[in-house]
Design a protein around this ligand. Structure first.
Ligand code: DLL
Length: 429
């Protein structure tokens, strides 16, 4: 039932003692990183975990400013792996891991997988990106450690994906929700009944992008399986931070590895018990790159009630949104500023632009409306088409997906009275 019974069911008072010890160690270790060295961390006195509020926050911008090696707190020869958050080709945020970090991350992933019944006889098809993105390798290591036959298909190549699922009798798949819906569309258009084609398929792990309870149900009903929500972020390893147990009512966040705060994103003060706010996380067991009070910008709340599954680590509710303007499309994180920076650097592009997100079937679709400037005649179709193609190419290089670009005449995009509405998110999932 439990991968690490003692750790997963540890009484709260012991868990809090452990957190305090690990928090002190973390501060000690972090103070060796050039970024935290500047903050003079040794001066903080921590007598309980609630003293965490004395520590400074860390933001994505801090990680960018510290690029490439400013966050490292061990000698470089102890670092064995580097990952980076998805969708940024400007200054990326990178995360380094020691051998011990990879082992601890793997054990956390094992806890998650074991919790939903994954065992060594399972065939685990990992349809999430490998490489700098943490989703693929993160779960791969856990599934292999459990002894599953682990198939690293990665995302895309839908026909082969479906063939492997069928031929190797996959029992568990790891997939971003929008891709699961795309698989469903493809099967439907081929007239294939999932229960006949994949009789052994039992579970799907859904993560890396926001999705609703309805989307989960759609996936469960279509495939006739159980689907579990998995939350994580590169800065905190990746997947394996919080994961649903079979109760499917909130995700257990591994509190011996992550110290959790929920803060009001405006005042940065703790919200009341059970109230919604921004999730702020401090690593408790990371060696190569400890992070203090990381502002995830993800909005959620903590479920304080004990879980019938017996795990003492509290649960967070499904992520309801973000306190910044980051968009996630097909699992790729994109900030409107990246699009603005590309457009600003191009000739003949006018002042205004707008990003519209839609669902096409079950796929995310991005339309970027761009005003041209008055130096370009709206009748010069050839020049317009070449500008449009250039914008698509430049945007694809920056945000890693190809949006549909629609050109408008100067003044063609209505100007908002107050703050510009740059993003219209009309997606249904
Ligand atoms: O998405 C890590 C991951 C991979 C998690 C595979 C789960 C499965 P990043 O690319 O750094 O890392 O993006 C992290 O994605 O701050 C959330 O905004 C969002 N996110 C991740 N999982 C969920 C989820 C990976 N289950 C950012 N629900 C996070 C809602 C999610 N949002």
């Amino acid at each position: 039932m439990y991968w690490e019974r003692d750790s997963e069911t540890m009484p709260r008072d012991r868990l809090e003692e452990l957190q305090l010890t690990r928090l002190r160690e973390t501060i000690e270790r972090a103070s060796k990183a050039p970024f935290y060295e500047k903050a003079g961390l040794r001066d903080y006195s921590i007598s309980s975990v609630s003293d965490i509020t004395k520590l400074p926050f860390t933001t994505k911008q801090d990680l960018r400013d510290a690029y490439p090696y400013g966050m490292i707190s061990v000698p470089l020869e102890e670092v064995v792996r580097l990952h980076s958050s998805s969708g940024t080709t400007g200054i990326p945020t990178v995360v380094y891991h020691s051998r011990g970090d990879i082992q601890r991350w793997t054990e956390l992933v094992c806890r998650c997988l074991f919790m939903i019944g994954v065992r060594k006889h399972d065939v685990f098809q990992n349809m999430i990106g490998y490489g700098l993105f943490t989703g693929g390798l993160g779960l791969h290591y856990g599934a292999e450690r459990l002894g599953c036959l682990t198939i690293p298909t990665g995302p895309g190549n839908t026909k082969r994906q479906l063939k492997f699922m069928k031929d190797f009798k996959a029992t568990v798949i790891h997939v971003i929700p929008s891709y699961a819906l795309h698989l469903a569309d493809t099967l439907e258009s081929m007239g294939i009944v999932p229960k006949d084609e994949f009789p052994n398929l039992r579970s799907a792990i859904l993560g890396a992008e926001p999705h609703t309870e309805e989307t989960r149900e759609k996936i469960e009903n279509f495939f006739g399986i159980q689907a579990f929500n998995s939350y994580g972020l590169s800065e905190m390893n990746g997947p394996g931070v919080a994961f649903e147990c079979p109760e499917k009512n909130g995700m257990h966040i591994w509190e011996d590895a992550f110290l959790v705060e929920i803060l009001d994103p405006d005042t940065l003060k703790p919200v009341g018990t059970g109230e919604h706010g921004e999730l702020v996380i401090t690593t408790l067991s990371r060696e190569a790159m400890p992070i203090l009070r990381y502002r995830t910008k993800d909005l959620t709340s903590i479920i304080e009630d004990p879980c019938p599954c017996g795990r003492s680590h509290r649960k967070i509710v499904r992520i309801t949104g973000r306190s910044d303007d980051m968009m996630i499309l097909k699992g790729v994180n994109i900030f409107p500023m990246q699009i603005e920076a590309v457009l600003n650097g191009m000739k003949h592009v006018g002042r205004n632009y707008q990003i519209i997100l839609e669902s096409r079937g079950h796929n995310d679709h991005m339309i970027v409306k761009v005003e041209v400037d008055s130096s370009l005649s709206i009748e010069d179709y050839k020049a317009l088409e070449s500008l449009r193609a250039n914008i698509v190419r430049e945007l694809r290089d920056e945000i890693l997906i190809s949006p549909e670009v629609v050109l408008c005449e100067p003044g063609g995009i209505p100007v908002a009275q107050g703050k510009a509405v740059r993003v219209l998110d009309n997606r249904s999932i």
